[in-house]
Design a protein around this ligand. Sequence first.
Ligand code: DX5
Ligand code: ZN
Length: 223
Amino acid sequence: MNWWSRRAENATAVAPSLLSADFADLGRDVAKMESAGADLIHLDVMDGHFVPNLTFGPLVVAAVRRRTALPLDAHLMVAQPERHFAAFARAGADAITIHIEAVPDPGAALAEIGALGLRRGLSLNPGTPLETVLPWLDRVDLVLVMSVEPGAGGQSFQPAALDKLRTLAARRAAAGLGFAISIDGGVNAGTAPDCRKAGADILVAGSYLFGAADAAAAVASLR
Ligand code: DX5
Ligand code: ZN
């Protein structure tokens, strides 16, 4: 069993992104995704600096924490994310995912997340070469490959992300490492098969899952 899913080791995990939820009914939507078979919950934190958009902070993570036992991954699309690690830990996040573009010293930032007892996630934008994250693979629990520009849901999947997944899977196998490989942006029933084949363990999806009439069927279609 992996930390990101209670399913069999090789089962693809599904992480609904709450960005597409109804924020006036967040508890209901989290419960809906949990009963639909979600493995973990993905929380998109945006600061208006690292990305133009603004979303929410630790207060909302704490509110979600009270409504589900699923692992919570806080995807921090923020400048100087280090300033907020302790607050997200207190809010009940299980994992904090930072952007390599946002931290001058990824090793130090990842160590701080680990010292708080949380899983360490590292993400990279579509335009950022994979080589930038390769030195840190032995110090992460999750690599989150962005397949759209961060900042908004509902964008089209950028297939160049698949090469990054393949390289990560090959590196992980060659080095005997155990981090999770995840992909975020434009994931739906049409793009998920390529993501799975390329080596993704966790599929993050927002608009596809929350736009579906049958959430359980939508979650199953990604697996
Ligand atoms: C984008 C976010 C994603 C987003 C995905 O900045 O990191 O998690 O919500 O949304 P969809 O699945 O609609 O592309
Ligand atoms: Zn995200």
